[in-house]
Design a protein around this ligand. Structure first.
Ligand SMILES: Cc1cc2nc3c(=O)[nH]c(=O)nc-3n(C[C@H](O)[C@H](O)[C@H](O)COP(=O)(O)O)c2cc1C
Length: 190
């Protein structure tokens, strides 16, 4: 019989963060508008496609996030998937600030929410449901509009730093919809 793989049940938050940092993700900026029409948003890696039918996505905001409070109030949000040249955008939205949109070019989505220019894609969502997730919430949204997909490289986040892929993955135009939900080979997953 082979020994158990080595592990620890006595870990601290730093070790937990290091272990979770091995999971490479993309980076999004999730935006909304205040009741006074001021744009707000924050950088978010905990974004995922959740369901194809109905079309649902999820993200996990910290309970202390100021943008989250506005999203909860407005009941809608726009997910901007960042491209490799948008590291500065991620940095601006990933830190607290009163005017994160200074110097950012954006256009309003059909729901009136900020679409950041040069993002790889975006989705306009209405907030469907919120669950508890420890020191975060799990927010589920219903996709109302799928934005146009740009052919560029994604911005990746790994071990606490930014990465890019070597080559853009060029997809045939008619497959873009399936590729958004990441799998085109069968009907077993999304
Ligand atoms: C690459 C990256 C990924 C992040 N992912 C998340 C996330 O998934 N959830 C979250 O709550 N904060 C995440 N953050 C941190 C928030 O963007 C940061 O705390 C921000 O200051 C929150 O702003 P707000 O208080 O205006 O909402 C991330 C930051 C970076 C740079």
């Amino acid at each position: 019989m082979s020994p158990h793989p080595r592990g620890s049940d006595d870990f601290d938050p730093r070790q937990f963060r290091t272990a979770m940092g091995q999971f490479c993700t993309g980076v999004t900026v999730i935006t909304t508008m205040t009741t006074d029409d001021v744009p707000v948003g924050f950088a978010c890696q905990s974004f995922a496609a959740l369901s194809l039918d109905p079309p649902l996505v999820l993200f996990c905001p910290m309970k202390t996030s100021r943008s989250w409070k506005v999203i909860e109030q407005s009941g809608k949000f726009c997910v901007n998937v960042l491209s490799t040249n948008q590291q500065d955008v991620s940095a601006a939205f990933g830190a607290p600030g009163d005017d994160k949109f200074a110097g950012i070019d954006w256009d309003p989505s059909p729901l009136g929410l900020p679409v950041i220019r040069h993002s790889l894609s975006w989705v306009d969502c209405t907030l469907e449901r919120v669950d508890d997730g420890g020191d975060h919430f799990i927010a589920i949204g219903r996709v109302q509009t799928l934005g146009e997909v740009l052919q560029d490289k994604p911005l990746l986040f790994y071990r606490g730093g930014y990465l890019s892929t070597e080559h853009p993955r060029v997809t045939p135009a008619q497959a873009e919809l399936e590729n958004f939900l990441t799998w085109t080979g069968g009907d077993t997953w999304l």
